[in-house]
Design a protein around this ligand. Structure first.
Ligand SMILES: Cc1cc2nc3c(=O)[nH]c(=O)nc-3n(C[C@H](O)[C@H](O)[C@H](O)COP(=O)(O)OP(=O)(O)OC[C@H]3O[C@@H](n4cnc5c(N)ncnc54)[C@H](O)[C@@H]3O)c2cc1C
Length: 426
C-alpha cells in the first residue's frame, strides 16, 4: 500500500518541483508537529468545471484555474471561442447551471461565444494554436476587446484552457483588462495546461543533464546474475542498448500496453516479464476468475493485476521476495487498484515515486537526489550510463570532487597531456 503520507509527500514534492507559477499547492494541507497532516481526512478537493460542463474533483490547480473553482452562489460567464471546436460555451453553461455542487449549492452560468482569430485566415485552430497566439500581447488585446463591455458585475469569466502556452500570466493580464476574475476550463488532450507542466519538467530534466529519448519502445532487457543491467529500445536504424545501475519501471498498465492478456488468458508484463500478482499460470483460470461478462457490473478483476512491490518498490515474486535486482516499479504498473473508478491513479503514481524514509533509490540511479533517473517510458540514463558514453560527464564528476567545472577539467587535462577517454558505443 502506498499510503496517505507518501501520496501527500509526492503531491507536494511535484508541486514544489514545477513551482507556484504553474501549480498551486494543496490549499488546506496543514502540517502537524510530527510532520504529518493536520486533518485526519487530508485536504479537501476543489470542484472544477470540465469542458462538457460536468463538475470534477481536483486537488491541485494551476493558478490560471483558481478563479474556475466553483463556489455556491457564484455567477460565471462561459466564453466560447468560435474557431476552437473542442469547447461549446452553451453546453458548458447549460450543464453547470443545472448541476448541484457535490458539497451542496449551485451556480449561475451564461454563455457567450466570440470570434477570436488565433491564426490569420484560419477558421479551425486547435487549443495549442490558440495558446501560442495568446502568448503575444496583441492577441490578448484583441481578445480583451471582443469581451469589452460583455461582463456583468460580479461575474467570473471562464474560458477554455488556452490562455498562453509559455507565458503563465496571460489570465491575469486578461483579468486586469476586463476588471473581473478570469479562469480556465481544461480541455480534452492535448491539454495546454498539461503541456505547460511537460515543458517545465523537460527543462528541469535537461538542467540535470538527464537525457530523454522520446517515443522509443523498450523491446528487450539483459539480466546478469539476477540483476537487470540494460534495456534495449527500438530506435530508428538499429536497436539501442541503455545500461544503468538501476531502472525504474513506470510503463503503466493495460491501457499503455505494459500489461497484456492474450486470448488464452496468459497475462504478461511486456516490458521486463516480471511476475504479476493476482494471476495464475493457468490461462483458463485467469479468464474465468479475472473477467466477468456483466458489462455494467463490478470492475473487472483483471484491472487489479500488476506488479507487487515491497516498501522499497522492488518487484516481488510469488514467494514475497524481490525478484530482480536493480529494478523499482512505480505508478500504473503496480497491482491492487482500479484507478479510473477510484480516481486513485495519479495519487498512486506520485506516491509511489516518493522514496520512503529509508533511502532505497540508489544514488547512482538519480539524476538529482529528488529525481529517479530511468523510466521505461523515457529511458533516462543514470550517471553511470552517461559516463560510459560521454567523457564530459566523467570529467564533470571528477571535476566536481575538486571544485572545478567539467570544462575547466577538460582544459586542465589537455594542458597536462592526459588522455581523454572517447565515447564508447554499446
Ligand atoms: C479511462 C481512464 C480514466 C482514468 N481516470 C483517472 C482519474 O480520474 N484519476 C486518477 O487519478 N487516475 C485516473 N486514471 C488512471 C491514471 O491515468 C493512471 O493511473 C496513470 O496515468 C498512471 O501513470 P503512469 O505514469 O504510471 O502510467 P501511464 O500514464 O500509463 O504511462 C506509461 C507510459 O509508459 C509507456 N510504455 C509502455 N510500455 C513501454 C515500453 N515497452 N517501452 C517504453 N515505454 C513504454 C507508455 O507509452 C506510457 O507513455 C484513469 C485511467 C484511465 C484509463
Amino acid at each position: 500500500m502506498i499510503g496517505r503520507r507518501a501520496t501527500a509527500a509526492g503531491v507536494d514534492r511535484f508541486a514544489a518541483l514545477v513551482g507556484p507559477e504553474l501549480l498551486t499547492a494543496r490549499p488546506d494541507a496543514v502540517e502537524d508537529a510530527d510532520g504529518g497532516e493536520g486533518s485526519a481526512d487530508g485536504p479537501a478537493n476543489l470542484w472544477l468545471p470540465t469542458a462538457v460542463g460536468a463538475v470534477r474533483p481536483t486537488l491541485l490547480v494551476q493558478p490560471s484555474m483558481a478563479a474556475s473553482v466553483l463556489r455556491d452562489g457564484g455567477r460565471y460567464l462561459i466564453v466560447g471561442l468560435a474557431r476552437l471546436k473542442d469547447f461549446t460555451a452553451e453546453m458548458v453553461a447549460g450543464n453547470l447551471s443545472r448541476s448541484e455542487l457535490p458539497d451542496g449549492g449551485s451556480i449561475q452560468a451564461r454563455a457567450l461565444t466570440v470570434d477570436f482569430e488565433a491564426r490569420s485566415g484560419e477558421s479551425d485552430t486547435n487549443a495549442v494554436g490558440h495558446a501560442r497566439a495568446l502568448d503575444h500581447p496583441d492577441a490578448i488585446d484583441r481578445l480583451a476587446r471582443l469581451l469589452d463591455g460583455k461582463v456583468r458585475d460580479g461575474e467570473t469569466v471562464l474560458l477554455p484552457a488556452v490562455l498562453g502556452l509559455d507565458r503563465p500570466g496571460v489570465f491575469q493580464e486578461l483579468a486586469e483588462r476586463l476588471g473581473a476574475p478570469v479562469g480556465e476550463i481544461p480541455l480534452v488532450p492535448p491539454s495546454v495546461p498539461g503541456l505547460r507542466l511537460e515543458h517545465r519538467l523537460d527543462r528541469l530534466a535537461s538542467a540535470q543533464r538527464v537525457r530523454v529519448v522520446m517515443g522509443a519502445r523498450v523491446v528487450d532487457s539483459r539480466i546478469e546474475r539476477g540483476r537487470l543491467v540494460s534495456v534495449t529500445s527500438a530506435a530508428a536504424g538499429r536497436p539501442r542498448e541503455h545500461r544503468a545501475d538501476a531502472f525504474i519501471l513506470a510503463a503503466g498498465g493495460f491501457e499503455s500496453g505494459a500489461l497484456t492478456m492474450d486470448s488464452y488468458g496468459q497475462v504478461t508484463d511486456t516490458v521486463l516479464g516480471l511476475p504479476l500478482a493476482g494471476v495464475s499460470a493457468d490461462g483458463a483460470e485467469n479468464l474465468r476468475r479475472l473477467i466477468h461478462h456483466d458489462y455494467w457490473g463490478a470492475p473487472q478483476g483483471l484491472f487489479r493485476v500488476g506488479v507487487a512491490v515491497d516498501k522499497q518498490m522492488r518487484p516481488l515474486g510469488a514467494d514475497g521476495e524481490p525478484v530482480l535486482a536493480g529494478v523499482y516499479a512505480v505508478g500504473g504498473v503496480l497491482a491492487g487498484a482500479v484507478r479510473w473508478s477510484e480516481k486513485s491513479g495519479e495519487g498512486i503514481a506520485l506516491g509511489s515515486a516518493e522514496p520512503p524514509a529509508t533511502p532505497c533509490w540508489p544514488s547512482s540511479a538519480t539524476a538529482s537526489p529528488r529525481a529517479p533517473a530511468t523510466t521505461a517510458r523515457t529511458q533516462r540514463r543514470s550517471r553511470t550510463d552517461v559516463r560510459r558514453r560521454h567523457p564530459g560527464s566523467a570529467l564533470g564528476s571528477a571535476a566536481a570532487r575538486e571544485g572545478r567545472s567539467a570544462g575547466q577539467e577538460w582544459r586542465r587535462r589537455r594542458r597536462n597531456g592526459r588522455p581523454l577517454a572517447g565515447p564508447r558505443q554499446p
